[in-house]
Each structure stands twice: as C-alpha cells, then as structure tokens.
Design a protein around this ligand. Structure first.
Ligand code: HEM
Length: 411
C-alpha cells in the first residue's frame, strides 16, 4: 500500500478553466492521481476518477451511505438542519435502503413511465408553442427547467398554483455560488429554502391524507398507513428527494445535451437526419457531459484501497462519474461525441444499489424534449460563442448551464 498523499486544496482544482471545461483536469487526475485527497473549506474527501475504481467504490459494501453512521461528519458537510430532510433511500444502506426504495420503485417501472409519455409530450409542446414563433429563446429558463419541474410536480401531485413556490426554493439551491452571496450566506439561504420546502411538503402530505389523489404521494401514504412501512419523516423526505433528484438533474442534462449537439454540428446533423439514433444519442450525451458529475459522498467504514492508494477508515469518498465516463481505458475516443456509439456502459446514472431510480423517466423526458426540439426548432444555433456560455460554479454538485441562448428558424 502506498502512503497517504498530501491533500490538494479544492481551489487548485476548481479553477475558472475547470468551470468551462473540467475534462482536461479529469484526464490529469486519472493519469497522475487517480485517488486524490482534496481539501475544501469544511471537509476533506478522496476523489476517485478511473472507471474501474468508480465501479469498485460504488459497489463496495465497506463504503456506507448511512446518514447516522456518518454522524458528525455528515453535520460538518451538510449542516444540522438538513438531517430530517435526508432520511430517504439515498442516505441509507441495505437492508434499510431496500425498504425505502421498494415502495417508490413501483411508480417508476418502464411500463408506468411509458404511460406518462403523452402527457410529457403535451408539456413539451405547451412550453415550445410560445417559443417557436419568436425565433430565439433562453432554453434553460424557458424550457429545460420548467419541463422536469412540471413533470415531477404532476407525478407527486403538487397543485399547479403551488409550483412557483417550489420553483423559487429549488432555484436558491441551484444558483449556489452565483448570486453574489458568501459561502456562509449561501449555506444559510439553502438551509432556509430546504426548510420551507420541507414545511410545504409536510402540509401537502397532510392534505393528501385528507383528500387522496391519483398521485405518488397519495400512493406512498396508502402504503405507509397500510403497513406502517414508511415513517412520516421518511415519507416527507422521500418526496423531497424525488423533487430534487427528478428536477435539476434532467433540466441540466437537457441543456448539456443541446449544447453538445450545437457544438458538434456533424453529430447534430446525423441525429437530425436519423431520428432512430436518438435513444443511443441520449446515452452518448449522458456519457459525454452528464449533469451529475459526482456521486454523493460515501463513508469508508474501514480502510480501503483503490489503484494502490489507501483510504483510511472514516474518510469521505467521492466518485467523479464524469471523469470515469471519459476514461480511455474504457471508451474509444472518450472526449469525442459519437451519437452512433453502440457499446456505452456509462455511469451517468451511477452504479450499484443507488443506481438512479428515475432512469426511465429521465430517458423518456430527454427523448421527448430533444426529439421535439430538433423537429420544431429548425437550424438551431447558439446565440453566443461556446466559450462565453456560463456554467454552474466549478464546485457545484451539478454540471449545467445558467443560461442557454439560442436562435432558430427557417432562414
Ligand atoms: C440516484 C443521476 C434523473 C431519481 C441517482 C444517481 C445518479 C443519478 C448519478 C446515484 C447517486 C449516488 O449514487 O450517489 C441522474 C441523472 C438524471 C436523473 C443524470 C437525469 C438525466 C432522475 C429522475 C428521477 C431520479 C427524473 C425521478 C424522480 C433518483 C433517485 C435516486 C437517484 C430517487 C436515489 C436512488 C437510491 O438511492 O437508491 N440519479 N438522475 N433521477 N435518482 Fe437520478
């Protein structure tokens, strides 16, 4: 085993250049420091960038996601007030994880998701109707964000009139580091927004209990009241997880996918002329620039070793999915976009027991969104040079654009 390496200050990695294009940094790390200890202002983490190590970490039972096991470390990273919000499957190990996931997964089977497709198409068309005649648009705020927000709200049963409140709460969290707030102010604003959303969801669960609807929250209440399978706290924080997991991930991905196609015109042309390529193209776009660049933190419950580097018990481990997805040991021409790539076992949706629960929904939304954009917005092009696009801060948990100005039209 090699000795523990010196920690790299996060600021050295997360530079302005990284924000624009993180892939050269990922390549350097994969090559020279595949398991790299990184120090942020509040905690230290071990970043894993190679594909084989990423898979090994995400399926290693010695690495825990249990919020209680992480104890003080969790509080240090996320803050005390976020514990109640996070009593859900993403922060649990088997067998608790299986209990929390099973009830929800019934709502996300490919068959159920297929049944939602016409409704998603309707939401897409309603959003595009006012955009099409204008000839230009800011696709993040006018399309990519409202689409998954409306879909997940509809699935959960959030009434239309309450969605604006939901939206502004999630935006505080999304724009972390971009609104001119200090780190501490950001943290306080996020915690406040999370508390408000949690209070709202608690009230919504109460309302659904009195007047059940044909929605996921009502179904979870029935499952809970029937067999006592979910505590009230777990129920609310599961709704909270679905809202977050199902919203920004998909919005950012749609923005990243459109940008990747517009900056690779030969690939845009290929998929526009061959719509049958779209499902495979979506997998390639997920691999090329996924919206969840890092998996959530794991805690080493004993000493572990990857690529010859020992990570001591009690450490936080972070898998960089977007780095693993560009590993030349696993993908031919990893930095090139090939919409007709066939063998594509990317990890944009994670790996192991926490593999994305919403994968069918995400794929269906992306297919509908991109397919319709390509059809209804001919000659789609960026309004700004690619290097002037504004990406989320380098240290954000998401990879996405703040704005995506485009133009289109017949001439
Ligand atoms: C988990 C990515 C859309 C629900 C995950 C994970 C990733 C991911 C990487 C694993 C996190 C980890 O291991 O730490 C994505 C991407 C999406 C997307 C890239 C869109 C392009 C969705 C949607 C939903 C959803 C639409 C539906 C509500 C979930 C849930 C988990 C999860 C509930 C936790 C699963 C568990 O802990 O067992 N997602 N996701 N995701 N995702 Fe997604």
């Amino acid at each position: 085993m090699s000795e523990v390496t010196q920690a790299v200050p996060a600021a050295e990695l997360f530079t302005p250049e990284f924000r624009l294009d993180p892939y050269p940094t990922y390549a350097r790390l994969r090559e020279n420091a595949p398991v790299c200890r990184v120090r942020t202002p509040r905690f230290e983490t071990w970043m894993v960038t190679r594909y084989a190590d990423a898979r090994a970490v995400l399926s290693d039972p010695r690495l825990s996601k249990d919020i209680d096991r992480a104890g003080d470390l969790y509080l240090q990273v996320f803050g005390e007030k976020s514990v109640a919000l996070n009593r859900n499957m993403l922060n649990a190990d088997p067998p608790e994880h299986s209990r929390l996931r099973r009830l929800v997964s019934q709502a996300f089977t490919p068959r159920r998701i297929d049944a939602l497709a016409p409704r998603v198409q309707q939401v897409v068309d309603d959003l595009l109707d006012p955009i099409v005649p204008a000839g230009r648009a800011e696709l993040i705020s006018e399309f990519a964000l409202p689409l998954p927000m409306n879909v997940i709200c509809e699935l959960l049963g959030v009434p239309v009139e309450d969605r604006e409140q939901f939206f502004s709460g999630t935006q505080v969290i999304r724009t972390q580091g971009t609104a001119g707030r200090s780190n501490e102010e950001d943290r306080a604003a996020i915690q406040e927004a999370q508390q408000n959303l949690y209070a709202y969801l608690t009230k919504l669960v109460g309302n659904k209990r009195d007047r059940p609807g044909d929605d996921l929250i009502s179904a979870l209440i029935a499952a809970r009241d029937g067999g006592g399978k979910l505590s009230e706290e777990e129920l609310v924080s599961t709704a909270f997880l679905l809202l977050f997991a199902g919203h920004q991930t998909t919005a950012d991905f749609i923005g990243n996918a459109v940008t990747a196609l517009l900056t690779n015109p030969d690939q845009l042309d290929l998929v526009t002329r061959n719509p049958d390529l779209l499902p495979g193209a979506i997998e390639e776009l997920l691999r090329f620039n996924g919206s969840v660049p890092v998996a959530s933190f794991r805690l080493a419950t004993e000493d572990v070793e990857y690529s010859g580097v020992r990570i001591p018990k009690g450490s936080i481990v972070t898998v960089v999915l977007n780095a693993a997805n560009h590993d030349p040991a696993h993908f031919t021409d990893p930095d090139g976009l090939h919409v007709d790539r066939t063998d594509n076992p990317h990890m944009a949706f994670g790996y192991g027991v926490h593999y994305c629960l919403g994968v069918s929904l995400a794929r269906m939304e992306a297919r509908t969104a991109l397919g319709t954009l390509l059809r209804r917005l001919p000659n789609l092009a960026l309004e700004v040079a690619p290097e002037n696009l504004r990406w989320l801060p380098a240290a954000s948990s998401f990879r996405g654009l703040l704005e995506l100005p485009v133009r289109f039209g017949d001439t």
